[in-house]
Structures are given as C-alpha cells and as structure tokens.
Design a protein around this ligand. Sequence first.
Ligand code: SAH
Length: 282
Amino acid sequence: VGPRARHASGEHHLTVRAGPLAAGEVVLLVDRRGRRYLITLAAGGVHDLRGGRIPHDVMIGRDEGSAVESSRGERVRVFRPTLAEFVLEMPRGAQVIYPKDLAMMALWGDVYPGAAVVEAGTGSGALTMTLLRAVGVAGRVFSYEIREDFARQARRNITRLMGEPDTLTLRAHDIYDGIPDAPMDRLLLDLPEPWRVVPHAAEALRPGGIWVSYVPTVPQAAQTVETLRAARAFVLIDTFETLLRPWNIEGLSVRPAHRMVAHTGLITTARRIAATPAGEPS
Ligand code: SAH
C-alpha cells in the first residue's frame, strides 16, 4: 500500500509506520561505508547499486534494519528514513534548511501539537515537513511559495514521505503582499527579505504568537531585527546560530570530526505582544 492507500485505510500520514516494509514506502539503503540511497519500494522494482541489482521484492515484507545483498554481493541495510535523513537525500529545487536548523526552529519557535502555523517560502518542503510533524493531526500548516517549479518539487517530496496530509495548505502566494491565513500561532520564514513581512506578521500573529526567521547573512539578520524592533509589536527579539560538531569515536581516536558544516544561517525569534488598550502607555 502506498501513502494514499494507507490514508484511505484510516492510518494517518503523519504517523511513521512500524512493522514490515511495504510497497509504496520510501526507504533508505545504507552501505558498509555509510553511503545512503533513497528509494521508493515498488512490487517488481529493481534498484541498481553500482552495477549490482537489488530486487525490491527482497525488501518488501522484511523488517527495518534487514541486510540485503545486490547481485554483485554488496550488502546494504534497509531502513525507513528519519525526517532528517529524508531531507538530506530528497531531490531539491530550492536549497533546504539543514536538520540542525530545522530542529532549532521547531523548538525555539515552540511549534506545538494543534498550532496554526504559516510558513514562506515552501522551497523544497523541508521546513514544511518539519512543521507538519510538529503540529500533528490537530494542527494546520499554511505554506506560501511564489515559484511554481519549487512548489511542485515540494509537493512531490512531501507526498513521497507523508502522502497528502489534510493539515497542509500550499498556496501560490507572495508573502510580501500579506498573510491571508489568520490568526496564526506561529510564523516561520526562509526567504531573502523577511523584514518585508514584519507589518503582515504584526497583523496575522495572535498575541503571544512567535516569529522565526532564517537568513544566511548578517546584514539580513540585522535588518530583520531592526525592523522587528521598530514595529513596536514584538519583544524578546533574539538571534542565534547553531553549530553542530560531529565526533569521531573509534578506539583511541576520540576527537571532533575533521569536517563540519561551518555556516548555514542565522535564526531570529520574536514574540508578538498584546495590543495596547486605548489610553494606556505602550
Ligand atoms: N525552507 C525551505 C527552503 C526555502 S528557499 C526548505 O527547507 O525546503 C526560499 C524559497 O522562498 C524559494 O523557494 C523562493 O522561491 C521562495 N520565496 C522567495 N520570496 C518569496 C515570497 N515573497 N513569498 C513566498 N515565497 C517566496
């Protein structure tokens, strides 16, 4: 059963399946050297692994973590990908937000089960999927994108992993023009000029609502913070970056990995305040 068929049978898309692997599911093959291959299982399908063949039928019905061999004797293990693994391996139109930043944006943005959340731009859908997970079956995610080609790729990625969640609304919309879905609990932005969204965010976010924006450069972050301050509708304005340093742990070689992702982006969070009642000092 594919994601759609599973939904029809009453199982929710946002639920990660356990149990034996089924046709229609996306899986990750991991070889001995840690190389990863993302494939969608199909009855009768064949995966070509560096010239060796792995029939999908030897994986369908098996448990996650099973080892399978290609016709050239290469061994891989098969798992359902985590969301972070899926995001790193899925086809991208727009540049995705890295898992280390997705994780921080979800928690620092306090994206909670049942929240109504607006996001722009959809890009490749990495943040969209993170938000769908975080808001759960009772939440709503509204995602805006101006480029049709990116929106199409995002939809393909989301459907491949999650089917068609009824908690998601994708819109072809320029968020610099406004936020048609309101009131919102949370707002998350990954686009070039987030400061242009500040007036719309002040309108659309409920009191206590949270702003989260992600930009690659310092001038962008500075302009965002200055615009948030000047709007007088936000407090608790903070900016940070996340450095994730992997470690090598092998015998006596216990040390940081030689390589890390040195820079991705700066994350700014802010909190919408209540409107000041007439006659009270602001
Ligand atoms: N966060 C996404 C990547 C977004 S890339 C992910 O993790 O996959 C930035 C996207 O914003 C691009 O697709 C771009 O087309 C879109 N974009 C730029 N300006 C926009 C605007 N004003 N309104 C909506 N989308 C916009």
